[in-house]
Design a protein around this ligand. Sequence first.
Ligand SMILES: [Zn+2]
Length: 163
Amino acid sequence: MPPTKPAVALAPVPTVKPARIAPVLSSVQGKIQAARLAQAVPHLAAAYSHALARWAGDPVLRLLGLPIITECYRSPERQDELYTHGRTAPGPVVTYKRRGESNHNKLPAPALDVAFLLFDGSVSWSGLLLSKFARLMKAADARVHWGGDWPNFKDRPHFEVLV
Ligand SMILES: [Zn+2]
């Protein structure tokens, strides 16, 4: 008679999902965010703060990433540099505005750009996350315009208000 086969030990099925931690800013990152937010015109800053609070208070959204301001006020030199992208410099076109033409060039600025800090420390410009955040921004203040709604050049990280 062949020996009895040992029972195959089944690996236990995990019943708990891996812990997922909402990303948080370091103190330095927090200071940078506060400084950028302070460059915005008051009603844009208020709309952003309101949308951010709603995002951070949502049990699902907060795990997807943390909204961050990548840029608010933009110097004329930086605008010139961005304008070269996709023209005399490699990469895609990122702006159609020359120095002084962008709402980012005003101070206080009626425009800001948003991305998401992910829990692994990387930064995402996910169109899905930006569209979710745009809903909160527009709900916070009807004067907010989202670059993702523009008919031609979709600028999804971009939010601005009319002044
Ligand atoms: Zn922008």
